[in-house]
Design a protein around this ligand. Sequence first.
Ligand code: SAM
Ligand code: SF4
Length: 397
Amino acid sequence: MAATVEHHLRPGTLQLATLPPLALYVHLPWCLAKCPYCDFNSHEIGSKALPEQRYLAALRADLEAALPLVWGRPVVSVFIGGGTPSLFSPDGIDALISSVRSLLPLETACEITLEANPGTFERERFRAFAQAGVNRLSIGVQSFDDALLQRIGRVHDSRQARAAVQEASEAFERFNIDLMYALPGQTLQQLHSDLDQAFAFRPPHLSVYHLTIEPNTRFALNPPERPDDDLASDMLDAIVERTQGAGLQRYEVSAFARPGRECLHNLNYWQFGDYLGIGAGAHGKISFPHRVLRQQRWREPMSYLEHALAGNAISNEHEVARDALAFEFMLNALRLRDGFTTALFVERTGLPLSTIEPALRSAEARGLIERDATSVRPSPRGFDFLSDLQQLFLPPA
Ligand SMILES: C[S@@+](CC[C@H](N)C(=O)[O-])C[C@H]1O[C@@H](n2cnc3c(N)ncnc32)[C@H](O)[C@@H]1O
Ligand code: SF4
């Protein structure tokens, strides 16, 4: 059972002078089929009917029960992720956004992103999401090459991917294309072709991920042949160079945007902001004046439905230990090309700067960061060896 808000407000050793910006993440856990590389909390719907109405009711109950933790705090962004949220009907997404608006004060410029899969694309569907209040669409394209899409088990082909991006570009000023690289059997030429096709839509935002083989996936059981490290590194060099040429700045390890078109929701994560996470398996991070709380919702969709409708959506929660906070901050902030200001570190962790001074000196001596009087950023070398850099901030064993 989750602790009461009074419990979270009791005195403690941290001192957060102001609370961070608050975002809302909503998880919709179903997909048409499970991709063989995917370890997200996503479940194949197959031929079963989506329990849309019940799930929307569960999300509302979840949000209502969570309100006391974030009372009066304005919401800077909403991210409806999955899974495949575009499986939900535009009316369902409309009802969800209306629920959120009726319960939480959204800022005027609130970014509302929805993740879409080209396999769920039909004409006018994306426009209907825009009418429901979504103002940013993120499309999981992965590749525009039919053979590669097939090899990674996607439900859509390149024609559907192009049609989906075309409609997204007409219906949304802000949209993102997700691509993956180092795909099974992918050549450098095929990567260039994927980039050419993505740039043709003039996306304001592009995310490009190195395919990773995650434990407990079908690819982990049966790993496909993939480009070696040298080829993957040539691919990353090509991605960095060509995105720059296309006017997209690499502002985070895997994220590229035109100036002013960065994803506000993800930026808030990377700047160690707060987020309430509702929906099956969703994670949340909520700050209080003397502590930082992490929460998780029940992971199995059916179990989540039952628990959330009974007013008990949280499966576990814990306070972040004081000596783990600096590392958690660095796991996020050092992913950003521009790093962070020292004032932000103090504001978000409630710790004095002296806590990380030895690790900063060590990182500087190894050429992994650059810093001045007010800010710290990963050096190009630090960006390449990010986990080595982040590990310098681990709490003593
Ligand atoms: C949570 S998924 C949601 C997008 C949507 N479900 C889809 O796949 O079309 C977000 C993105 O993470 C990336 N991703 C998922 N699994 C990955 C893996 N094993 N390695 C690299 N990137 C991955 C994909 O680019 C995907 O679009
Ligand atoms: S569509 Fe996206 S979330 Fe669903 S299984 Fe595939 S990668 Fe995972």
